[in-house]
Design a protein around this ligand. Structure first.
Ligand code: AMP
Length: 174
């Protein structure tokens, strides 16, 4: 079966979740299909090539699920970016605006060695606020961000415009 078709078929659209007007991209059917899940991980690794990345940053919470196997297959380390208050040691933090309200994400100050080549991974790129904040955190922490890989890009929200000339790689563009 065609991998792109399989991946698309395993993403479930849930209307009006978590609030009216949002079409939520539910990746749980994809995660439950080992061929689709492995295909996503392999596609992300192949886009960059093994040995080109030192650390994979995953964004809480669905980003963790994709980023951890990607890190394993790259032969790279894994670094979590989490919602405020979840990480135990000293952190850097970034604030960003959501459609309603604001969000703060954090990362440990010692997550990187100087010059570490870093790939940021998340499930969905929507407005780009989350990815922008994560990229800024990595750079402040001494990492060299080589790209952002997302499973799904909501292109009508133009999140990639907030990421400058970064290599933004998406498997599914809506
Ligand atoms: P944004 O900061 O607007 O790019 O939003 C990205 C974050 O919100 C990602 O971590 C996604 O998990 C989540 N997200 C935003 N929109 C959706 C959507 N339509 N379906 C699923 N997750 C979404």
């Amino acid at each position: 079966m065609d991998l792109d078709k399989l991946i698309n078929d395993r993403i479930r659209d849930v209307p009006d979740y978590p609030k009216p007007g949002v079409l939520f991209k539910d990746i749980t059917p994809l995660l439950a299909d080992h061929v689709a899940f492995a295909g996503v991980v392999d596609t992300i690794v192949n886009h960059h090539g093994r040995g080109t990345i030192d650390k994979i940053v995953g964004i809480e919470a669905r980003g963790f699920i994709l980023a951890a196997p990607v890190a394993y297959h790259f032969g790279a380390g894994f670094v979590p970016v989490r919602k405020k208050g979840k990480l135990p040691a000293a952190t850097l933090e970034e604030n960003y605006d959501l459609e309603y309200g604001a969000e703060t994400i954090e990362m440990h100050t010692d997550a990187f060695d100087p010059g570490d080549r870093v790939l940021v991974v998340d499930d969905v790129l929507a407005t780009g606020g989350t990815a922008r904040a994560a990229v800024d955190l990595v750079r402040r922490g001494g990492g060299d961000v080589v790209g952002l890989s997302v499973l799904i890009e909501l292109s009508f929200l133009d999140g990639r415009a907030r990421l400058g000339d970064l290599d933004v790689h998406s498997l599914v563009t809506v």
